[in-house]
Design a binder for this molecule. Structure first.
Ligand code: CO8
Length: 373
C-alpha cells in the first residue's frame, strides 16, 4: 500500500488579540449594567443577578491567557459582544475561505507544491459559513486546485477526521496531493454574554498537505504511521443552530443556537475516552507510549491535556513533550492540535515519533501517529 506523509503545515492567525483582562472588563461592564437595569427584580428575588467573571479564574480553570479574533471591536462592544463581519457579496471570497487559503498557501510552500498540483481538499471545521456551495469547493477555486473538494464537520476533532479521510484517499490512489484545511471562526459562535464560557474560544485557520511519501519534495515531512477515530453521542457540548430553526413552531431562545456545554461533564467523560483511544492506537501499532516524543493535543483546557498525557505516559508530560498553545490562542476548535504541530515539530529528529489528537463535541476523537522523516 502507498506510504503517506504530511509534507507541510500552515497557520493563519488573525491580527487582533484580546487579553483576559480586556475580556473580563467588557463582560463585567455588561453584567453590572444588566444588574442595575434589573435591580428591582433582583431585590424582589424574581430575577438572578448576572455573576461576575475574573481573569484569575480563567487562567486557573483553563490555562487561557488571550485569544485571537477576527474582530476585536465588536466582541468588546458591550452593546454588541460578537464579531462585526462585513456582509460580502456572492462574487467575493468568504471570510472562512480567505483564512483557509492563507493557511493552505503556507502549507503548500513548505511541501514544495504548487496549488495546481492539489487534487483533493477537505474543509474540516466546527462551523461552516454556509451550507452550500461547499467552502472546500470555494477554496479549490481560490487556490487554483483541481480534482474534488468537500466540507466536513466533526467539531473540535474535525482536523483529525479530515486527516484520516485524506490519508485514506491518498493511500488508495484516489488523490495524489490532498489539503486538509481548518478555518475556525469560533468567535461567531460563542456566547460572549455567558460568564461560564465567554473566555473559551478564539479564531485561527490551519492546513496540512498530505501526499505519497514516495516523490515528496518536502524536507519537513512526517510519515503517517496510522490514524484512528472514535465517536460516542453526548449532549454535553451542543448548539441547536440549523436550517430548520426558522421553521420550528416554538422559536428557540437566542442563546440556544450558540455554543453551550456542561464543562465539568465534558472534562470527566472525554479524558478517559481520549486516553483509551490513544493507548489502544499505540498498542495496535506496537508502539510503547514512552517512545512518543511529542503529543500535539487538542487545545481546549490545560489540565485536561495534562490528565490525558499522564494517563498515556504513566507520568506527567513536560511542556516540550505536550506543547501548549491555548494560553495564547484559547480553544480554536479543530485548528488547535494543528497549531501545536505547526509550531512545535521542527526540533524532532528523523525517526522520532509524535502523536496528534483532536477531540470534542459529538463526542468525537481522533489520533494520527506520525514519524519524522
Ligand atoms: N469567572 C469566575 N468564576 C467562574 C467563571 C468565570 N468566568 N466561570 C465559572 N465560574 C465559577 C462557577 O460559578 C463555579 O462556582 P461555584 O464553585 O461557586 O459553583 C466555579 O467557578 C467552578 O465552575 P465550573 O465547575 O464550571 O468550572 P470548571 O473548573 O469546570 O472550569 C471549564 C470550566 C474551563 C469550562 C472546564 O470545565 C473545561 O474546560 N472543560 C472542558 C471543556 C471542553 O473541552 N470543551 C470542548 C468543547 S469545544 C468543541 O468540541 C468544539 C465545539 C464547537 C466549537 C464552537 C465554537 C464556539
Amino acid at each position: 500500500m502507498t506510504r503517506v506523509a504530511i509534507t507541510g503545515s500552515g497557520l493563519f492567525t488573525p491580527a487582533e488579540s484580546i487579553s483576559n483582562d480586556e475580556l473580563v472588563a467588557c463582560y463585567n461592564a455588561y453584567a453590572e449594567r444588566e444588574n442595575s437595569r434589573h435591580a428591582e427584580a433582583i431585590a424582589a428575588g424574581t430575577a438572578q443577578p448576572l455573576p461576575l467573571s475574573s481573569s484569575e479564574f480563567i487562567v486557573k480553570a483553563s490555562g487561557i491567557k488571550s485569544r485571537y479574533v477576527v474582530d476585536k471591536a465588536g466582541v468588546l462592544d458591550i452593546d454588541f459582544m460578537r464579531p462585526r463581519i462585513r456582509t460580502r457579496g456572492n462574487d467575493e471570497p468568504s471570510l472562512m475561505a480567505e483564512m483557509g487559503a492563507a493557511a493552505a498557501r503556507q502549507a503548500l510552500a513548505t511541501a514544495g507544491r504548487d496549488p495546481s498540483e492539489v487534487d483533493f481538499i477537505i474543509c474540516a471545521a466546527s462551523n461552516l459559513q454556509r451550507p452550500y456551495p461547499a467552502v472546500a469547493v470555494e477554496l479549490q477555486q481560490l487556490l487554483g486546485a483541481g480534482g474534488f473538494a468537500y466540507d466536513m464537520n466533526v467539531a473540535c476533532a474535525s482536523a483529525a477526521f479530515g486527516i484520516q479521510s485524506a490519508v485514506d484517499a491518498v493511500r488508495l490512489g484516489n488523490a495524489k496531493c490532498a489539503l486538509v484545511i481548518n478555518p475556525e471562526i469560533c468567535s461567531g459562535h460563542l456566547n460572549w454574554r455567558n460568564r461560564d464560557c465567554h473566555f473559551i474560544f478564539g479564531d485561527a485557520a490551519t492546513a496540512v498537505v498530505i501526499e505519497p511519501l514516495h516523490g515528496a519534495k518536502s524536507r519537513d515531512a512526517f510519515e503517517v504511521m496510522g490514524t484512528r477515530l472514535k465517536t460516542q453521542f453526548s449532549n454535553n457540548i451542543r448548539n441547536n443552530f440549523g436550517f430548520l430553526n426558522a421553521s420550528e413552531i416554538e422559536a428557540r431562545p437566542w442563546n440556544d443556537v450558540l455554543f453551550q456545554q456542561e464543562g465539568r461533564k465534558v472534562f470527566k467523560e472525554v479524558v478517559p475516552m481520549v486516553s483509551e483511544l490513544l493507548l489502544g492506537h499505540l498498542a495496535a501499532l506496537g508502539i510503547a507510549p514512552e517512545s512518543v516524543k511529542r503529543f500535539w493535543l487538542h487545545q481546549a483546557n490545560l489540565s485536561m491535556n495534562q490528565f490525558i498525557a499522564r494517563k498515556v505516559l504513566g507520568r506527567d508530560a513536560t511542556e516540550t513533550e505536550a506543547p501548549v498553545i491555548l494560553d495564547e490562542y484559547a480553544n480554536t476548535s479543530s485548528a488547535g492540535c494543528i497549531i501545536a504541530f505547526h509550531k512545535h515539530h521542527a526540533d524532532l529528529a528523523a525517526g522520532e515519533l509524535g502523536l496528534l489528537s483532536g477531540f470534542g463535541a459529538g463526542y468525537s476523537a481522533g489520533s494520527a501517529i506520525l514519524r519524522k522523516l
